[in-house]
Ligand binder design. Structure first.
Ligand SMILES: Nc1ncnc2c1ncn2[C@@H]1O[C@H](COP(=O)(O)OP(=O)(O)OP(=O)(O)O)[C@@H](O)[C@H]1O
Ligand SMILES: [Mg+2]
Length: 510
């Protein structure tokens, strides 16, 4: 029996060949695609009905890295999930596949019939609407789409209700939240951001990760010598924020500062999404900022960081040029976002310009090793939205120990912000609205790979949401869902995409 099951599991290339051969011999091939974390009666009935639509049933199981179902999912690793599906007698072939671009394997397999289950129908339409409508031809070609109407319960609902992924406090929050907001409301609200015209002003940063292996102690110095293995470079800082926004807004205009020395324009332009329209200004002396980290690959632990940066304020001539440019362009935008990393780009005069020209601006002032204690939100006055992390909030309020809620209230008064959210790392976030009402949102993830950039992703999504009038509790929820996805991405390797955010929200709101 075990041998038979193994014989059913093929690599995608082999499965494609097998399907071709079967189709040539006149067989009708049906495909079903999904996570298959739990095989419950809804799943078996769906697969049985799918099998009845043809002669052969192939099932593609999404590999672990591409399962976007939130915390603790998948419960079972892909090999076990594939074994489980293959042990069903009416399943003929199984393959573990990538789903980075949803349904990409359907394009390769080209089944005669693609079977979708009842539980997935609604989600597919909302999340993958683009694929089902505009790109249907590309992905599904001549495949007939068949919708099975199995039981309406889904694995996610069973898992969320019966398995303790979240602590009781989070489950209570989610129960309460889902009685107030439905999945459709959130889809609609996010869709409404498409037309928003966003101008983003912020420092561009390149994040380098150099992976090494420890060799041993140096013979000549008190240090451990490492061997270089490989490295990666990501577009971080305001580049990363622009890319996040470009995933849900039709266009974003980025105003940023590079250095004349080693400016790296080509790399940056290649790593910005096509709908990010960038205007670069250049610092006379100094490089485009690079933050290089050395990481022990085995332990995934940071060993050392070195920054290539010149962080004196930009010269007057450059400052004047930027202010003039902003004066000419800001009024054409619905929302101005300032992502101030405190590296000498956003000077006091530029802040004054932003305040004067923009109707509505949102701001994040980042504290980092180079600027600790110098880059405070108190430089800004009257923003409509401020997003900070807890140390940034405490530093600006000069309150090391006081209750965080009181600290936020005081800081909001000092800068006269309309709304504020303070992210609390593993404790989620806390928000304060224009009536000074404070609300907490719990963290929605327990799987953490790297928290770098999570706050930036949070800001990139929440500011546009709030500017379109979404209630602050909904905005905070979206921010934490974005944060939960971002902490699973190493650094700024890629952005948090709208479709994965919707998949995640759909799963946890069951
Ligand atoms: N350790 C963690 N565990 C779970 N979720 C986390 C963790 N750290 C961050 N998050 C999620 O990401 C959100 C933002 O994170 P955080 O408060 O660390 O921002 P930040 O310090 O501004 O990050 P950065 O400046 O590196 O972008 C949090 O509100 C939370 O939802
Ligand atoms: Mg931050």
């Amino acid at each position: 029996m075990g041998k038979e099951i193994k014989g059913k599991i093929l690599l995608l290339d082999d499965l494609v060949n097998r399907v071709n051969a079967l189709q040539q011999s006149g067989k009708t091939v049906v495909q079903s695609h999904g996570v298959f974390d739990l095989i419950h009666p809804g799943v078996t009935r769906h697969l049985k009905t799918a099998r009845e639509q043809g002669d052969i049933l192939v099932v593609t199981v999404i590999k672990d890295e591409d399962v976007r179902r939130g915390s603790g999912r998948p419960i079972f690793p892909d090999k076990l999930r594939a074994d489980n599906v293959a042990s069903l007698e009416f399943v003929d072939y199984v393959s573990i596949v990538s789903d980075e671009a949803p349904f990409e394997c359907v394009k390769r397999i080209r089944p005669d019939v693609f079977a979708k289950g009842q539980a997935y129908k609604e989600r597919d339409r909302n999340i993958h609407g683009k694929i089902f409508e505009e790109e249907r031809e590309l992905y599904f070609g001549k495949s007939k789409i068949f919708e099975t109407d199995g039981f309406s319960f889904s694995s996610s609902r069973i898992i969320n209700n019966f398995i303790d992924i979240y602590p009781e406090e989070t489950r209570a929050f989610l129960r309460d939240f889902s009685s107030k907001y439905g999945f459709h409301d959130i889809v609609k609200a996010l869709d409404e951001l498409k037309g928003l015209k966003v101008l983003l002003i912020g420092d561009g940063i390149l994040d380098e990760y150099h992976y090494c292996e420890s060799l041993g102690k140096s013979a000549k110095a008190h240090l451990v010598v490492n061997r270089y293995i490989t490295h990666e470079v990501f577009a971080g800082g305001a580049f990363a924020i622009a890319n996040h926004i470009a995933g849900f807004c039709n266009s974003v205009h980025l105003v940023t500062l590079l250095g004349k020395d080693n400016s790296k324009d080509d790399f940056i332009l290649k790593n910005l999404k096509p709908n990010v329209d960038a205007r670069f200004f250049y610092r006379e002396k100094g490089p485009t900022i690079v933050k290089k980290r050395y990481i022990n690959e085995y332990l995934n632990q940071k060993l050392f960081e070195i920054n290539y940066l010149e962080d004196e304020n930009i010269k007057e001539a450059c400052e004047a040029e930027i202010i003039e440019y902003l004066g000419d362009t800001i009024s054409g935008y619905d929302l101005v976002l300032v992502s101030d990393f405190g590296h000498g780009f956003v000077t006091e005069n530029i802040i004054r310009g932003i305040n004067e020209y923009s109707g509505k601006y949102a701001v994040n002032t980042q504290t980092n090793a180079a600027n600790r204690g110098y880059n405070l939100i108190t430089k800004y006055k009257n923003p409509f939205f401020v997003c900070l992390d807890e140390p940034e909030c405490r530093l600006a309020a000069q309150e090391k120990h006081k209750d965080i809620e009181e600290t936020i209230r005081n800081l909001k008064n000092i800068i006269n912000a309309d709304h504020m959210i303070v992210t609390l790392g593993k404790n989620g976030s806390i928000s304060i609205n224009s009536d000074n009402k404070v609300k907490r949102t719990p963290v929605l993830s327990s799987k953490v790979i790297d928290t770098v950039g999570a706050g930036d992703a949070f800001f990139a999504y929440t500011a546009p949401c709030l500017s379109r009038g979404m209630p602050l509790d909904l905005v905070s929820f979206i921010g934490n869902a974005v944060g939960a996805i971002a902490v699973q991405i190493p650094g700024n390797k890629r952005s948090v995409e709208k479709h994965e955010l919707l998949e995640f929200i759909h799963t946890i709101l069951k």
